[in-house]
Design a protein around this ligand. Structure first.
Ligand code: FAD
Length: 468
């Protein structure tokens, strides 16, 4: 079958960038076509945000059952069935994926399955087996996301080496794993496996875990990880992976000027993702890459060097977060419609779903210091929050950074229970320029982890009420 299509807007890729843009555009009256070569929802729904969070929840349920005594409950004969854990995760993923198909269709977005490539800057060709579609659109959004980065490491091809995608399908129970990479994906998996009672070691090249978070938060998560028995090796460079006689993995690395090794059943490589421009033929549309040659270059309106072609999300190689991709898509549609649009990259909340969770918005202390800001810091520990204690999750803190010259809170970092939910309150506060006084006079329900925000803000003036 061959078909010619005309549209106002063509979107390539149906991840959180592409599908949200499509629904938003259609709701705003734009005739929209979306092309997807694999599965609706992209990385996020299929092999990213959602499946990892489903596994985290299963692992936390298991972990809580194992420490049920803390809740006054005796539990016997606990069995972990990884195959079922994976199946349950897939059920959630499938529900959400079919939900997107439904929403796109309901909003009259035309869905084309297949792989898209540019013929020139006006035409895109989509191939799906013997079917071919030629699409001409007034505007185009490239939202093809990212893929797992290749790493040149001897032994990477051993059968026991997993990446974030294959790990999400792995149905056998395992006893030990070495994780190469202490970034967001590596640390989320570290806690998933550790919660399941699996021996975990993390090897990180940089001198600390999670380099993007506040140094104190990074130190706290390292301590919490080590308290739980996770081995953490920072400033360590993996040189090769070997297989021992019994078929186990030996990860060899250099640290403190000496060679060390760790033996485990599996290895997970979590060293990052790279923009996915496979099959796109962007050069045929005259689209330029950014200066590092990695990812599509865009201006402040997310326009590429061909101004009617936009690029959003992971393919621009800037911030790899689903909500940034979605928000950029909405901004592009607004720009096309001539509505003022703006993405404030300084106000992007970032959550890392370790146990406990980490969340931040705005500046870290180091960033504020680098900007030569005159700052004041207020910290409130969850050990002084009643709700955290009832949850048996009293570790961690909220840390706020105030710019003394403007009096504004310019940064918030949380490590502790419900950090992922609490960060929304702080993001609204900072994004809407709500003053310290206004927060102090806001009533926070008791007992909630949200009270820790109130206390941390009070810390700037009279001091917290429940902590010295
Ligand atoms: P993607 O989601 O990658 O979607 C791109 C889509 O384009 C894919 O479906 C692909 O098949 C399609 N495509 C590519 N090329 C073509 C082509 N030529 N023709 C047609 N279709 C094409 N982010 C968060 O915010 N929170 C999290 O908790 C989180 N957890 C993560 C956990 C893991 C393990 C991973 C790997 C990522 C996680 N992320 C998380 C990051 C998040 O998944 C990405 O930032 C997000 O998916 C980017 O969205 P996107 O729309 O740019 O691209």
């Amino acid at each position: 079958k061959k078909e010619q299509l005309q549209a106002d807007l063509l979107i390539i890729g149906a991840g959180p960038g592409g599908y949200v843009s499509a629904i938003y555009a259609a709701k705003r009256g734009i005739k929209t076509v979306i092309v997807e070569k694999l599965s609706m929802g992209g990385t996020c729904l299929n092999v990213g945000c959602i499946p990892t969070k489903a596994l985290i929840k299963s692992s936390e349920v298991f972990h809580n059952i194992m420490k049920a005594e803390d809740f006054g409950i005796t539990v016997k004969d606990v069995q972990l069935d990884m195959a079922k854990v994976i199946d349950k995760k897939d059920e959630i993923k499938n529900t959400l994926v079919s939900g997107i198909d439904y929403l796109l269709s309901k909003n009259n977005v035309r869905i084309i399955r297949g792989s898209a490539s540019f013929v020139n800057d006006k035409q895109v060709l989509v191939k799906n087996g013997k079917d071919e579609y030629t699409i001409e659109a007034t505007d185009t959004i490239i939202a093809t996301g990212s893929k797992i980065a290749n790493i040149n490491l001897p032994g990477i091809d051993h059968e026991f080496v997993l990446n974030s995608t294959s790990a999400l399908k792995h149905k056998e129970n395992i006893s030990s794993i070495t994780i190469i990479g202490g970034g967001v994906i590596g640390m989320e998996f570290a806690f998933i496996y550790s919660n399941f009672g699996i021996q975990v070691n993390v090897i990180e090249f940089c001198d600390r875990l999670l380099t993007m978070v506040d140094a104190e938060v990074s130190a706290e998560i390292k301590e919490i990880a080590m308290d739980r028995g996770i081995g953490v090796y920072t400033g360590a460079k993996v040189t090769k992976i070997e297989k021992d006689q019994s078929g186990k993995a030996i990860v060899i690395f250099e640290m403190d000027n000496s060679e060390k090794f760790i033996t485990s059943e599996k290895v997970l490589v979590a060293i990052g993702r790279t923009p996915n421009m496979d099959d796109l033929d962007i050069e045929k549309a005259g689209i330029a890459l950014n200066e590092k040659g990695k990812g599509i270059s865009v201006n402040e309106h997310l326009q590429t060097s061909a101004e009617h072609i936009y690029a959003i999300g992971d393919v621009t190689n800037r911030i790899q977060l689903a909500h940034v991709a979605s928000h950029e898509g909405i901004a592009v549609v607004d720009h096309i419609l001539g509505t003022p649009s703006h993405v404030d990259y300084g106000m992007v909340p970032n959550v890392i779903f370790t146990s406990p969770e980490i969340a931040s918005v705005g500046l870290t202390e180091e960033q504020a210091v680098l900007k030569n800001m005159d700052i004041s810091i207020s910290k409130f520990p969850f050990q002084a929050n009643g709700k955290a204690l009832t949850m048996r999750e009293e570790k961690g803190f909220i840390k706020l950074i105030k710019d003394l010259s403007s009096g504004k809170i310019v940064g918030a970092s949380i490590i502790g229970p419900e950090a992922s939910a609490l960060i929304s309150t702080l993001t609204i506060m900072m994004n809407s320029n709500i003053t310290e006084e206004e927060i102090i006079h806001t009533i926070f329900a008791h007992p909630t982890t949200g009270e820790a925000i109130h206390e941390a803000v009070l810390g700037f003036s009279i001091g917290a009420l429940h902590f010295d």
